[in-house]
Design a binder for this molecule. Sequence first.
Ligand SMILES: Cc1cc2nc3c(=O)[nH]c(=O)nc-3n(C[C@H](O)[C@H](O)[C@H](O)COP(=O)(O)OP(=O)(O)OC[C@H]3O[C@@H](n4cnc5c(N)ncnc54)[C@H](O)[C@@H]3O)c2cc1C
Length: 457
Amino acid sequence: MHKVAAELTSLLGSEQVLWEPEHLATYGFDGTPVLYSEAGCVVLPKTTAEVVQVVRYAAQNKVPVVARGSGTGLSGGSVPVEGCIVLCLAQMDRVLELDLKNLTIHVESGVITQKIAELADEAGLLYPPDPGSMKISTIGGNVAENSGGLRGLKYGVTRNYVMGLEVVLANGEIAFFGNKCVKDVAGYSMKDVFIGSEGTLGIITQVLLRLVPKPQTKKTLLATFSQMDAAAETVSAIIAAKIIPCTLEFLDRITVKCVEEYAHLGLPLNAEAILLMETDGHPSVVDAEAAQMAEIARTHGAMAVQLAGSAEEATQLATARRAAFSALARVSPTTILEDATVPRSELANMIRFIQQTAARYELTVGTFGHFGDGNLHPTFLTNEKNTDEMGRVEKAMTEIFDQAVKLGGTITGEHGVGLAKKSFLPKAIGDSSLQLMRQLKRSWDPDNVLNPHKIFD
Ligand SMILES: Cc1cc2nc3c(=O)[nH]c(=O)nc-3n(C[C@H](O)[C@H](O)[C@H](O)COP(=O)(O)OP(=O)(O)OC[C@H]3O[C@@H](n4cnc5c(N)ncnc54)[C@H](O)[C@@H]3O)c2cc1C
């Protein structure tokens, strides 16, 4: 047994420390293709006190600690640094309080996001952030990545719902940042520094979240277009009409074809773009907005607009978007789901650029994503064993991220930087931001113990 594993076993007991090769192999990767590395051991704490023990041990012995939730990350954030301790929070999964007076829920960081959504729903409330992985990802991982989902346009992302965080700092101290107050401007907003910090500044052990009243009703529409620009202009016109849909999602031609072959929904294969649109709220407002969105789509040249007449039909229409990733993933051995964001006004330009770049490098790329908030997922259908093709994927990706930044956008709207996007970060945020981030990391984690070499070196 590895020395670190042996010492942690004597601290925590053998059930909570894994070191056998088959376990280390399982924890060697996350949802990001190609990246793999082996930890020295994996620790499964059940309490904050145990997290403190592990972090103190790591600090004293200068052993890197990589926090992990469910390992669904798409930028390599929880991929081990060689020989590190993987600190997997999945067993810290207690719901501590559902407060119906303050509309908050307080949970441990290993709680699965879907469980929070279900508990809120049972209480007539809504926890809006809905990452595609919510059935398996943890809330700690969502906070560490500031994850978003289909409802981001209207309701915002994880950050907009975090009211408080319990964090174990690099020196093993426990801190709680935030409270249940709607207003609090006492000092810096420390919790916000930890949101999106990808495990590099502290280990999140508890999360206090804001819930909102559940909308009374929802309407779902699907519009198909023979031209990308018509779909993009429809989106601009909907927003200009002062409608903020709760969902405004997009699929390109390649994605439509893959979804149709996979789910047989009757989608038109000659469509250049499909928009899934949803509006929620008071029934009279929802009816009016749905009718208005259908009209806007038609006047902008939609080939067809389907309005769901029942909950079953709505689910059927939404399947086109929900199935996009699975449908693309079955086409080739390696699926690289990328994440680039541009201002809404540049969406058509960006999609055209992705398609032209894919053609130039002879690659298959299906693009889908959140049209309402400019967040696109160009998805490379490739084979990691084909080194020539992987070289072309790398070049195409670099050009796509460069173009996103040129258009006033960013290299990631959801998946974070981790290992996968580290090299693109300086161009995206500039020297001053990078310097400040480095200074913060150095002062809070001087020995570089927490998730070293992630986000930046
Ligand atoms: C099919 C699929 C669909 C997805 N859809 C979306 C989507 O719609 N939107 C989106 O934003 N993302 C999406 N993702 C990406 C991913 O699910 C999210 O980033 C998610 O928040 C990761 O949660 P996790 O528990 O799996 O965290 P992990 O993957 O285990 O960790 C992610 C990062 O957070 C850190 N971390 C984890 N837990 C803690 C903690 N308690 N304290 C400190 N740091 C911690 C890790 O070190 C790592 O850097 C998707 C992934 C897949 C596979």
